[in-house]
Write a protein of this length. Structure first.
Length: 105
């Protein structure tokens, strides 16, 4: 996936560089930050499906189990086939079931 944006300057870039090519922000440090998980989970609700897909993909790569429930919630309500696929891949990367939660219980 390409077309990510810098969390500091918000400019787009391709690939996964260690430093932002525009503002030289340390992207590796950002990926390790405690706030990253919350930012990515919030981005799952982005109105642009491409941004939500990027967030899902990154959550799968980060590997934090706290992302499982928000991803499953998105799986229930996602209407975009590409977003649904990205969420399923992320859940698979996290070792979680790709079956959405239906609220039965």
């Amino acid at each position: 996936m390409s077309g990510l944006c810098c969390p500091v300057c918000c400019k787009d870039f391709d690939g996964y560089p260690a430093w932002c090519p525009h503002c030289s922000a340390d992207l590796q440090e950002f990926w390790k930050s405690a706030d990253l998980l919350e930012e990515l989970i919030a981005a799952l609700n982005h109105p642009n499906a491409s941004r939500a897909m990027q967030a899902a993909w990154l959550l799968g790569k980060v590997g934090d189990q706290r992302a499982v429930e928000p991803l499953k919630c998105l799986l229930v309500r996602a209407r975009d086939a590409h977003l649904t696929r990205a969420v399923k891949v992320a859940l698979h990367c996290l070792g979680a079931s790709v079956e959405p939660q239906t609220g039965v219980g």
